[in-house]
Design a protein around this ligand. Structure first.
Ligand SMILES: [Zn+2]
Length: 169
């Protein structure tokens, strides 16, 4: 059976509602959640919560949301530091889901994001259909994935690494 991929409406920001990171206090898995403010649906507050040690912190965040897209456009690069790898762009904490793969870093915000990458990589037929409201456009996550993830020869390796990341949840 040919697995088709048609989900070209997803954007990176669709996965930002929950970002899994390494807790700065106990080094275990913590979540960054989006709390929408009452004043405006455009301004949202990001809150980090660790269920292991009760660490919590929050910050309002409007401008930094745009940074995510810029990072994406820069060939799937996110801020790095030498010992922790890819950092989230709200609090600067290491992403929980990241691993080296094919000479690059494979990373995801959460399980839904991992599933999205998996279904893309698994598909042999990647159909692009025009968006209902926008028509043909390049804003979708799938159309912005880095080339190395799309390469057929990397398929098995990428899928294997995605499975490894899922086991760390
Ligand atoms: Zn903690």
């Amino acid at each position: 059976m040919v697995i088709r991929f048609r989900d070209y409406s997803k954007r990176l920001s669709d996965f930002e509602q929950e970002i899994l990171v390494r807790c700065p206090q106990c080094d275990r898995i913590a979540k960054i959640l989006t709390v929408n403010s009452e004043q405006s649906s455009l301004s949202s507050i990001k809150r980090i919560i660790c269920q292991h040690c009760s660490y919590t912190k929050q910050q309002s965040n409007v401008a930094k949301g745009k940074l995510a897209l810029r990072l994406w456009q820069n060939n799937y690069m996110a801020p790095r530091n030498s010992s922790y790898g890819i950092l989230d762009h709200f609090f600067g904490l290491p992403l929980w889901l990241q691993t080296s793969c094919c000479g690059h870093v494979l990373w995801a915000y959460n399980e839904a994001h991992l599933n999205f990458l998996e279904s893309y990589v698994q598909s042999k037929l990647r159909e692009r259909l025009p968006d209902e409201t926008l028509g043909w456009h390049n804003g979708s996550l799938a159309s912005r994935l880095p080339r190395w993830i799309k390469l057929t020869q990397h398929r098995e390796k990428v899928l294997q690494k995605i499975q490894q990341l899922k086991h760390s949840l």
